[in-house]
Design a protein around this ligand. Structure first.
Ligand SMILES: NC(=O)c1ccc[n+]([C@@H]2O[C@H](COP(=O)([O-])OP(=O)(O)OC[C@H]3O[C@@H](n4cnc5c(N)ncnc54)[C@H](OP(=O)(O)O)[C@@H]3O)[C@@H](O)[C@H]2O)c1
Length: 348
């Protein structure tokens, strides 16, 4: 850890948005800068980034236009949630050495004044409850998304059939395991045999359909003979349409994400089979995890309990090095990540 008077000597390497991408983002969309880390003023803390959460939503934040959160400006440090270590504190709530979660940005250091603690979602993390990478996965934003999306919006009942796409990813792995814990039959949809084998053999899903290998509708017919009660949609596009053909009466469809559409250069592909909602008296509802922030502690406590008693497992895919951010981000859109994608920036 750096002694108090040397922080100005620390160099902060950063990744900034250089231009708005068209289609899939490339390395040329980013600029790599460095500047001295800022000495914290009274009330502020200086945080060293340890690991960053790489999220599909980042692609949306690179676009201009209205969304649930403002876009990242050209020239701005890329937004990212992450876990860091306080290296210098002039605030009574934190001491040097504390591990914190917050919106740290794709950079090595962040100096945060007290009036920005809340806006940056800053809180201390406890490694006795979960590892740094688990705090970015099950105990972090993806886990909160899975918990509130499934339980509040999906409202599964014991015996229900729950289908989740992106099943081996960050949100999907927790959705499926939580649905099993709640007594549901769980069918995943994922790309590739290895991911399907993992969710069935390691996580205890009842079945998994490899959408890259075959016909999703045939798989749903085979594995969801009584229809689909809850569909947790992470991908949108054709897979959403396929599931719509199989929903049961009163089904709940959680619109969590539509990663198949995020790199589109043409209009988003909307569901063709939406009349199935009418026929089945079903509903489709979007959710944004940040709306549940006040209830995160409840979800963290429950999920931490499942991690501790072994009913919940987690898998993270860790890429090393801030400089590898552009290529790492691309893995989310090719299916190159296996589990929650994390960028390791430094060691504690
Ligand atoms: N609403 C919210 O508040 C909220 C919060 C967090 C995340 N999300 C959304 O939740 C979804 C999952 O996020 P995550 O962080 O858990 O990511 P993730 O599932 O860990 O990674 C993305 C995965 O999406 C799959 N994928 C990529 N392109 C695809 C395509 N064209 N068709 C089908 N699958 C494709 C890939 O898995 P395969 O190998 O299986 O194809 C890839 O590994 C995203 O849509 C994200 O935007 C929403």
């Amino acid at each position: 850890m750096a002694p108090m008077n040397t922080t100005t000597a620390l160099t902060n390497h950063q990744v900034r948005l250089a231009r708005r991408p068209v289609g899939a983002s490339t390395r040329d969309d980013w600029s790599f800068t460095s500047e001295p880390a800022q000495q914290p003023a009274e009330g502020a803390i200086l945080v060293k980034t340890l690991a960053l959460s790489l999220d599909p939503a980042m692609r949306g934040w690179m676009n201009e236009g209205k969304s649930y959160i403002p876009p990242v400006a050209i020239g701005e440090v890329m937004r990212a949630g992450g876990v860091g270590q306080v290296v210098e504190s002039k605030n009574a709530q934190y001491k040097a050495g504390d591990l914190v979660y917050g919106s740290l940005g794709v950079q090595e250091y962040l100096t945060l004044p007290e009036d920005q603690f809340r806006r940056n979602g800053l809180f201390k993390i406890d490694q006795r409850i979960g590892s740094v990478t688990q705090w970015l996965n099950v105990l972090g934003m993806p886990g909160m998304t899975a918990y509130f999306g499934l339980l509040d919006v999906g409202q599964p009942k014991p015996g229900d059939t729950v289908v989740v796409s992106g099943a081996a990813g960050a949100v999907g792995q927790t959705v499926g395991q939580l649905a099993k814990i709640k007594g549901c039959r769980v069918v995943g949809i994922a790309g590739g045999q290895a991911k399907c084998d993992w969710v069935v053999n390691e996580l205890g899903f009842d079945a998994c359909i490899d959408y890259k290998a075959g016909n999703v509708r045939a798989g749903l017919k085979e594995h969801c003979p009584k229809g689909v009660d809850v569909y947790f949609d992470n991908v949108g596009g054709d897979i959403l349409d396929d599931v719509l053909t199989r929903i049961g009466r009163g089904a709940r469809i959680v619109i969590c994400g539509a990663i198949s559409q995020y790199n589109n250069t043409t209009a988003v592909q909307g569901p063709k089979n939406y009349m199935s909602l009418l026929v089945n008296r079903a509903r489709m509802e979007g959710m944004v995890v940040f709306d549940y922030a006040d209830r995160y502690p409840v979800a963290i406590a429950e999920l931490a309990g499942y991690l501790k008693d072994g009913r919940m497992k987690s898998r993270e895919d860790v890429v090393q090095g801030l400089e590898n951010f552009p290529e790492a981000l691309g893995k989310l859109f090719s299916g190159g990540n296996f589990g929650k994608l994390v960028l390791q920036v430094a060691d504690a």
